[in-house]
Design a protein around this ligand. Sequence first.
Ligand code: DGT
Ligand code: CA
Ligand code: CA
Ligand code: ZN
Length: 575
Amino acid sequence: MVRPNEEVEALLQEYADLIAITGGGAFKARAYEKAARAIGGYPADVSHLDVASLREIPGVGKSIADKVVEYFRTGKVAVVEERRARIPPGVRELMTIPTLGPRKAMALYEDLHVSSVDELADAIKAERLRDLRGFGEKTEANLLHGIELLRQAGGRILLGAAMEAAEDIVTELSGITGCERCAYAGSLRRMKETIGDIDVLVAAARSAPFMDALTELPSTAEVLVQGPKKTSVRTVDGIQVDLRVVRPESWGAALQYFTGSKAHNIHTRTIAVHAGLKLSEYGLFETESGERIASRTEEEVYARLGLPWIPPTLREDRGEIEAGLRGELPEVVTEDDIRGDLHTHTDLTDGLAPLEEMVKAAAARGYAYYAVTDHAPDLSMQRMTDEKILAQREHVRSLDGRHHRMRLLHGTELNIGPDGDVDWPDAFLQGFDLCVASVHSHFGLGREAMTRRLVRACENPHVHIIGHPTTRLIGKRPGIDADFDEVFAACARTGTALEINAQPDRLDLGDEDIIRARRHGVTFAVDTDAHSIPQLAYLRYGVGTAQRGWLSPDDVINTWPLRRLRQFLRKDRAG
Ligand code: DGT
Ligand code: CA
Ligand code: CA
Ligand code: ZN
């Protein structure tokens, strides 16, 4: 059994079911089913195959082969995602259960009116599935097992999805009369890569209007708890939201408390105790007299503990309190420090927007410079050619400085082959202003070979940035196995930057690896890898991750003025 093959089999089977449900022709659905079985039973690991080799599998034509390659490169297939989005939210929630495909989910939804994971668990217990066609005892056992797996994963959601939901809620609540302050707190404010639940805080004299508003939002599917201090709901996308309304005078203390992390709070509370004080969500009090000495703002609370205000992204008790006490807290990099994006795509490869539109949108963000880095030819699905990339270069040159005087860099995203080679010969690579190089295939090489592969890429004088260095997809695919300390050392030695890829399902490097890499003296590039205009705004998640990795602007090459960046890009001539 080859695991990647099974993954593809399940994905193509799901696609076939989605076609059947959303309407796309029985013939097409059957073709995908056939290909699914053929791939599931194929003896060689399909994640290592290119389009041409995939097409040798019976029943696999060009368009199926392309989807398989897309899946291994990005962790998803765009047309499958589109179809998934077209079915009712209740069915979609059911489909988050491993082993439950769209066809059965639809049946549960239509015949039993089951539209959530909890309802399904209840229905199984009540034996309501027994009368349903196609649901035997074996199916029930599988479903229960799937529900258990889902619950073990803890149902954490990606930072990007949580942020969008939270900002909508904050906007709604901020518009209500009597709202003095409204903000999200918790792990979301700390920009953790995954979020357990969204914590929203309101400062107001009366809580009822806010609690009622939350329960009545169109995005609210279910009210879990409703009370005067705290109300919890679940959204239609299955995200839990905890709303707390506090009195305006305790806003700062409440925000500090509910931002966490728990470890950070325990440490700040210990400092308070040693100073004869008591710290709670209501304020900082003198233990003996009970007098409140700080609570209105976070700054005030931290100041009375002898600390500077600590950026939320650092509040994990990873040394930020000690550093604060010593007055050595880092000046973390902010979105305003970023002068340009160095990894972006256009519709010349798999981006959605044409070059000129991406450039205009980037210029509107106020960037001083911007790099276009479409995929290189070894990613065969993208059908890149020398002619196409050279024509793009001409076009880039013609747009250079035309929008808000933003300077353009013409680059590419190279593929690091299994031996560490990249797509084009040196002479051709010489023509690019900037090259990102990333692993897009052969994820299963052994640790030693993988380390050598990445180190060789760093040693290439034309490679400036290693893109999404671990290639993990959060919650879907673990990172590749390599001796990253050796890779980080090679980056530092060769003057190769490591990317902090801001796509919410990547955030790669992640915070802990950033901290490790920084100890080796590595520089970083915070990039969006945008494949569309809205994705340029993903930058904030990359910056949040960089902050969690304790980075200052100087550690990040795309905060540097263009002159200094260009110097960095002349890697081969550097001492
Ligand atoms: P999550 O939701 O799992 O992604 O993580 P958080 O950090 O948002 O945790 P959550 O929602 O359980 O609680 C929000 C904040 O409230 C947490 O970061 C710190 C504070 N908090 C919660 N429980 C405790 C506790 O038992 N002790 C202390 N000191 N703080 C707590
Ligand atoms: Ca939370
Ligand atoms: Ca919570
Ligand atoms: Zn890319």
